[in-house]
Design a protein around this ligand. Structure first.
Ligand code: NAD
Ligand code: LMR
Length: 352
């Protein structure tokens, strides 16, 4: 196994100097898998610039790759050094999960093969599932006791399920999968439709799987001060345009761009991490796929499903007590059926 360490002396000196200031917090060790890939390339520079934890928190970056991509990851590490980010305490590149996840506080599991035109995300289960079994085991063994993880690599809900089950000592509420990109897409679509700013859209929620069967729900939203249900009442628009536009946006980007979403996925990952660590705004929520420790809204225990969730800075919790109308029920059930099928498929592959 190759283990490579990149010296980052200038940044270390600067980080050491600033850490003497009483306002600086201890460094966060962040492992990014797929560090030579395109999402990784968008994510790493913003992470090093302080976009996730703010300007008072130095970051130690661990770049984890497969052996054949380590050299590219080293090139990325060189560029990171060349930015002279004051908050970047150090960088390590490795192809060994037991090295890459050692003492890691936050694991961003991005590394996996993206889909190609014509594929659904679930088509990646065979290719990607084993990656998350191995990485779950490594996180279990060597990560920090209070590690948190965000799975981005697709199909992200079920990959998070695989990783969580393979990490029996890591509490299940530390695992999450990214549906924030879908959430952000839904916010933009409804803001455009209503002619309001995105900052006037609250309490949109993605339910279910990060797939074409997801349910972007407006029933509890407020849009420019008006109830989202008023917009959803236009069923031709809500069912015929809004839901498919959001749910199939990834495929549309892939078709138009030729490769899947990357910078927008990195941006959504940063939003997810910030809201998790800093807490959601009072009265508002984020969308994230989390482990169901029991049944919520008819979604059975033991899945990684997207819900409206709040964070108190530590824990992501499902928003409870929302009324689920008949239409929403049907969409949520369809998405959960797909999650159950994916879970059964990875069980048959022996990954859980
Ligand atoms: P990419 O092909 O550019 O990069 C993937 C990288 O992962 C490659 O460098 C590859 O070497 C690396 N990799 C593969 N197996 C690995 C392993 N075992 N350990 C470490 N690294 C490994 O792909 P990308 O565009 O960066 O996308 C990465 C993943 O993120 C894909 O699965 C994609 O579908 C997914 N994605 C998810 C969302 C979301 O909203 N959840 C959004 C965008 C992309
Ligand atoms: C997305 O939603 O853009 C990503 O999950 C990539 C994909 O395959 O759609």
């Amino acid at each position: 196994m190759v283990e490579l360490r990149r010296g980052c002396d200038r940044q270390r000196l600067v980080a050491a100097a600033v850490s003497t200031l009483s306002t600086m917090k201890p460094p966060m060790t962040v492992t990014v898998t797929g560090a030579a890939g395109m999402c990784g390339y968008s994510l790493l520079f913003r992470a090093a610039a302080g976009a996730m934890f703010g300007e008072d928190t130095p970051v130690r970056l661990r770049l984890l790759e497969v052996p054949q991509a380590v050299r590219v990851a080293e090139g990325v590490a060189m560029e990171l050094e060349d930015c002279a980010f004051p908050l970047l305490a150090d960088i390590e590149v490795s192809d060994d999960p037991l090295v890459g996840f050692r003492d890691c506080d936050l694991a961003l599991l991005v590394g996996a093969w993206p889909r190609r035109v014509g594929q659904e995300r679930a088509d990646l289960l065979n290719a990607n599932g084993h990656i998350f079994a191995t990485q779950g085991q490594a996180i279990n063994e060597v990560a920090a006791d209070d590690v948190r993880a965000v799975v981005v690599g697709n199909p992200c809900n079920t990959n998070a399920l695989i990783a969580a089950i393979n990490a029996p000592d890591v509490p299940r509420d530390r695992w999450s999968a990214l549906t924030r990109l879908d959430h952000n897409r839904a916010v933009t679509r409804i803001a455009q439709h209503a002619g309001v700013s995105v900052s006037e859209v609250h309490r949109v929620a993605i339910w279910g799987n990060h797939s074409a069967a997801q349910y972007p729900n407006l029933m509890h939203a407020t849009i420019g001060g008006r109830p989202g249900a008023e917009y959803a009442a236009d069923r031709r628009w809500f069912r015929g345009e809004f839901i498919p536009d959001v749910a199939e946006r990834g495929a549309r980007v892939l078709e138009v761009r030729g490769t899947s979403s990357q910078a927008s996925a990195a941006d959504a990952t940063i939003d997810h991490v910030r809201d998790w660590y800093f807490g959601t705004e009072p009265g508002d929520w984020m969308s994230a796929a989390i482990w169901t420790d029991r049944e919520y809204y008819g979604v059975p225990a033991g899945l990684v499903c997207s819900f409206p969730v709040t964070s108190d800075g530590e824990r992501l919790s499902v928003v409870e007590g929302l009324e689920i109308d008949e239409l929403s029920r049907a969409y949520i059930d369809r998405s959960v059926t797909e999650l159950i099928e994916e879970r059964d498929a990875v069980r048959a592959l022996g990954l859980i």
